[in-house]
Design a protein. Structure first.
Length: 562
């Protein structure tokens, strides 16, 4: 690959509307360009990375025994009505009409369509178990598309659907998928955690999420230091007993005086007033420091203290938290790491109350306004209980970290197959409704999540498996110096022969510009071929994560990179 024939388009300027590091770096590196809200074009550079993620996911799904298929993205309303999800899915479902006035949606996920395929294809228990997967575009009309491809409206998802005669077989496949997911995220070089997710109506341990650990993550995760207990915040609070009563008591306290604030937050979140009040009540009751601050971008120090009307919440005078003020009006929290602000807990902030931020005693902080954003009606519960007992009975301390949800596995049971009458004949020749599992991975989100975890001031630092190229050979003065150009082309061929995904930067840029580009786009290894180096029989080598370059002869270089 010669970069003179490729399309690289990097920019120095930091895009003003991008709040998250990964979004900024993806724009600056020219990986994505915005078409419209939540819709992004992947440039040739971005697509190389996306395809690498996709390939690893495909390989590991196949290794785990799943078989690839592909479902249409446009799906008929009638199909979605069989399970009641035409209504239940809500405004995230994009509805479309054709010329005959037939109504369709753009698939945000595909359980119904997968079950429909299964009922046509599978007739005997002998064909089971089977796990079908696809890597296919999804569309969700997200209420707040943001952070580039991290939460876009159109995105690429790997979704898989498994079919079983018996429950124990479903459980085995679920475990098999969890193992496959662990291999995927390990191969991608990501720091990840598997956590229990709230499985809602289904109950049990039937749902788990995979999170890339990052301070900018939208989800709060709860870990125990005493065991391998890990859950997302919703699952942690849902598991806590006595929660509803505690929250409704707290709600009674916050209801009247903070009405105005809650209305503002509710409008900001599009959550509905009652849900917002419950979220605030929950945080308050759970022992969180709660501050209501105004969304004024000039504010750089917020005093936490007594918030009028919120009796009964903790006044942690000792708490000192750093939060961030974002460019979205009034939205405060680590999700928008634009302008850091200091929050000191010693003064009355009632007068400036507009929006909510929270922090726990351990100094973790997050935006209350983000609480339960995408959940159904929050099944309000008590983090204090989760802190003190149920789970921390392992003797460990409960810690909170933030994560980006990149994968989700679910034991669905028989609800979808039942609704669609997806049956097979069992061992006795009797029709039996199949049990189903579903398993999702956010392919495009992974690209952004990896950058959140791997970057510095100069740009992206790709984990080896995701890099657009593993090594780029930079040629100094390729047009003027034929010997240098020839030597570089030879080296490229040798690197490629050694199995490396290598490219040649023969664009003829000034060295500083060329190196800055390679750092920005995150190439793990850079080799410089120059007249001076050739005279000395060496190449200048630098690893993206090292601070210094080294002079290496060809053998040493090839051995180092092989
Ligand atoms: P979130 O909680 O972030 O809204 P979700 O729980 O709604 O995600 P799932 O239905 O579990 O998402 O979909 C499977 C995976 O698809 C998620 O784990 C995530 O990685 C990815 N995903 C979901 N929504 C988006 C989106 N708007 N943009 C990019 N990726 C997404
Ligand atoms: Mg969602
Ligand atoms: Mg989720
Ligand atoms: Mg999910």
């Amino acid at each position: 690959m010669r970069l003179s024939q490729f399309h690289l388009h990097t920019t120095k300027e930091t895009p003003s509307d991008a709040e998250l590091t990964s979004h900024r770096l993806m724009l600056r590196a020219g990986m994505i360009r915005k078409l419209a809200s939540g819709l992004y074009t992947w440039s040739p550079l971005g697509l190389r990375v996306l395809r690498k993620v996709e390939r690893i996911v495909r390989e590991e799904m196949e290794r785990a025994g799943a078989v690839e298929f592909q479902i249409p993205t446009i799906q008929p309303k009638e199909l979605w009505e069989t399970t009641g999800r035409w209504e239940k899915f809500g405004p995230q479902l994009l509805k479309i009409k054709d010329r005959k006035d037939q109504v369709f949606c753009y698939s945000p996920t595909a359980e119904e369509a997968a079950a429909d395929f299964a009922r046509q294809e599978l007739s005997s228990y002998k064909q089971l178990p089977v796990n079908f997967f696809q890597i296919q575009t999804k569309f969700r009309d997200e209420i707040r598309p943001r952070f580039g491809v991290m939460r876009s409206r159109e995105f690429l998802m790997k979704d898989a659907y498994s079919f079983h005669l018996h429950d124990d077989c479903l459980v085995r496949e679920y475990e098999n998928m969890k193992a496959a997911y662990s291999r995927i995220f390990t191969r991608l070089g990501l720091d990840f955690r598997m956590v229990q997710a709230d499985s809602g109506a289904i109950g049990g341990d039937a749902s788990q999420e995979f999170h890339v650990i990052a301070d900018s993550g939208e989800d709060a995760l709860v870990f125990s230091t005493g065991s391998d207990y890990a859950a997302n915040m919703e699952a942690a609070v849902a598991a806590a007993p006595g929660a509803r009563a505690a929250a409704s008591e707290a709600m009674r306290k916050v209801e009247t005086p903070t009405q105005k604030t809650c209305e503002a937050v509710a409008e900001l979140l599009g959550l509905g007033l009652e849900r917002t009040v419950k979220s605030i009540a929950l945080m308050t009751e759970a022992g969180f420091v709660l501050a209501l601050v105004r969304g004024d971008h000039e504010v750089n120090e917020i005093k936490l203290g007594k918030v009028e009307g919120l009796q009964g919440h903790r006044m942690a005078g000792e708490a000192e938290i750093t939060a961030h003020l974002g460019s979205e009006p009034g939205f405060l929290g680590p999700l928008n790491p634009v302008k850091p602000i200091r929050i000191v807990a010693d003064r009355d902030v009632a007068a400036m109350a507009d929006f909510v931020i929270g922090a726990n005693e351990a100094g973790f902080h997050f935006a209350g306004v983000n609480w339960g954003r995408d959940l159904p009606e929050p099944d309000v519960a008590d983090i204090r209980n989760a802190k003190a007992g149920d789970r921390a009975s392992d003797g460990g301390e409960l810690k909170i970290a933030r994560g980006i949800e990149v994968g989700h596995v679910f034991q669905l049971g028989r609800q979808y197959a039942q609704a669609l009458k997806a049956t097979v004949l069992d061992e006795n020749g009797k029709a039996a409704v199949m049990a189903m599992g579903c398993y999702g991975i956010g392919i495009s989100r992974i690209v952004a999540a990896a950058i959140e975890q791997n970057h510095d001031e100069a740009g992206i630092i790709w984990p080896a498996a995701m890099a657009p190229w593993q090594v780029v050979v930079c040629v100094i003065n390729p047009k003027q110096d034929e010997a240098v150009a020839t030597a570089a082309a030879e080296l490229l061929a040798q690197l490629q022969a050694a199995g490396l995904d290598a490219a040649l930067d023969d664009r003829g840029l000034r060295p500083g510009q060329m190196f800055a580009d390679m750092e920005l786009i995150g190439v793990p290894h850079r080799v410089v071929v120059s007249e001076r180096g050739l005279a000395a029989g060496t190449y200048e080598y630098r690893s993206r994560s090292a601070s210094e370059a080294e002079s290496l002869d060809r053998e040493t270089l090839l051995a180092r990179l092989a």
